[in-house]
Design a binder for this molecule. Structure first.
Ligand SMILES: Cc1cc2nc3c(=O)[nH]c(=O)nc-3n(C[C@H](O)[C@H](O)[C@H](O)COP(=O)(O)OP(=O)(O)OC[C@H]3O[C@@H](n4cnc5c(N)ncnc54)[C@H](O)[C@@H]3O)c2cc1C
Length: 390
């Protein structure tokens, strides 16, 4: 079965949404986007006593952290349709995992890889496709669900896409920014833009506009994985391991160009995933094409997937702007202009693309969120008591 991405990854019922919000007194900070960057920034600001509102366009949190939930025996498995791994040396993600009590396990590496080209598939000794990394046992989205569930109910508004930011004259400590969104308006002193810069410039009206240089960089900054389809295939058992295969493959034929094991900690559920690069002339594959490729890789006698899910990130309007596959200026990642606020110090960048360290990774989103929060704390007097400054 092929599931539309929007139906995957159910969210906790504890995450609330409100209708018709217009906070009369406003808040210190509005965070646009409840991906990992936006939520981590909101968590820190709230802990420091600032009033915060997180406005999220989708009816779920997590952004590019999205876990497809399905029954696995008596339990439930959460299979990642977005981010899969974290790596050694990513200290912020390691600290967050510990702080939130997130379950993890090591990525499966053992065995040989498969090489696939138009002539067929062959075995490569060893596994050059994978490096040691960690996996989120309950899905990467468990990070954002845990943070969202910890925030006070009034802090997070789902299904509230932001359409405009109006900056009036005034200091960075006054509530001079009006944020227009689908469920109302909110006044604030600072805004954190926690969505990909190119998506922001193409979907949110800013007045007065961003400075020309900043807009120029934002418009060309690629969206990490925005032009990718991720395919997950669930099997009855990790049959490839029985013949000494790691489940990894490199393909010069496609549609999946690289494939990795994404099974649970003990091989259950048994899952492989693949990446498909989307271009101006190619679209996400059909389920039949995916099934054919698995048969070519492992041979026609190999077990077929019991379920296939294809997540087309280019089709996600709250991740990828139109024409995302044409954005190739990766040198704009972590650009100097993102390291300082724009519009008199009141607009702060916080998506992973704006981080000079590990841009594209979850770790990069955490670095960017940290920088945005630090700039706000520096310019907005710290509240003496939590919640007394609204
Ligand atoms: C297929 C895939 C595989 C990946 N694999 C890995 C991996 O293995 N390891 C890793 O570290 N990283 C990986 N990544 C990248 C990782 O997912 C991102 O770095 C991270 O999730 C980015 O977080 P973010 O908060 O910066 O942005 P996002 O997650 O994109 O969050 C932005 C949020 O803003 C919301 N939004 C958009 N427009 C508006 C609007 N107008 N108003 C309000 N809200 C809005 C969106 O709905 C979204 O919730 C992968 C990504 C994909 C797609």
């Amino acid at each position: 079965m092929t599931s539309p991405i929007t139906q995957s990854g159910s969210i906790s019922s504890e995450i609330r949404s409100r209708e018709n919000s217009s906070r009369e007194n406003g808040v210190d900070v509005v965070v646009v986007g409840a991906g990992i960057a936006g939520l981590v920034a909101a968590r820190k600001l709230h802990a420091d006593g600032y009033t915060v509102e997180v406005l999220e366009a989708r009816e779920r949190v997590g952004g590019r952290l999205l876990s497809h939930r399905r029954a696995a025996g008596d339990a439930e498995a959460a299979l990642d349709l977005g981010a899969t791994w974290f790596w050694p040396g990513e200290d912020r993600i390691a600290a967050l995992i510990t702080e939130l009590g997130i379950r993890t396990h090591a990525h499966f590496l053992e065995g040989d890889a498969i090489y696939h080209d138009p002539d067929g598939s062959s075995r490569i000794e060893g596994n050059p496709m994978d490096v040691p990394s960690g996996r989120f046992t309950d899905g990467a989205q468990s990070l954002t669900t845990a943070i969202a569930n910890d925030l006070p109910a009034e802090t997070l508004l789902l299904a509230s896409p932001v359409s405009a930011l109006r900056f009036a004259d005034g200091s960075a400590t006054e509530r001079t920014v009006t944020v227009e969104h689908a469920t109302g308006t909110t006044k604030c002193s600072h805004v954190i833009v926690a969505l990909p810069p190119a998506l922001f410039t193409s979907t949110v009206d800013v007045s007065p506009g961003l400075s020309d240089r900043v807009r120029g960089v934002a418009e060309i900054t690629p969206v990490w994985m925005g032009a990718i389809a991720k395919v997950i295939a669930i099997f009855d058992s990790p049959f490839w391991r029985e013949s000494g295969l790691a489940g990894s493959a490199i393909s010069h034929f496609g549609p999946m160009r690289e494939i990795h094991d994404m099974s649970g900690p003990d091989g259950s559920p048994a899952v492989l995933f693949g990446f498909v690069s989307l271009t101006e002339t190619s679209n996400a594959p059909s389920e039949a094409e995916v099934r054919n490729q698995f048969a070519e890789l492992f041979g026609p006698a190999a077990p077929a997937p019991i379920e296939v899910v294809i997540a087309d990130w280019r089709a996600e309007t709250y991740t990828s702007p139109v024409g995302v596959e044409r954005l190739g200026a990766y040198q704009a990642f972590g650009h100097d202009l993102y390291q300082q606020p724009d519009l008199d110090g009141r607009l702060h960048w916080a998506s992973t693309e704006t981080s000079p360290v590990n841009p594209g990774h979850i770790e990069g989103a955490l670095v960017a969120a940290e920088r945005a929060v630090a700039a706000i704390v520096q310019s907005l007097p710290k509240p003496t008591l939590q919640g007394t400054n609204s």
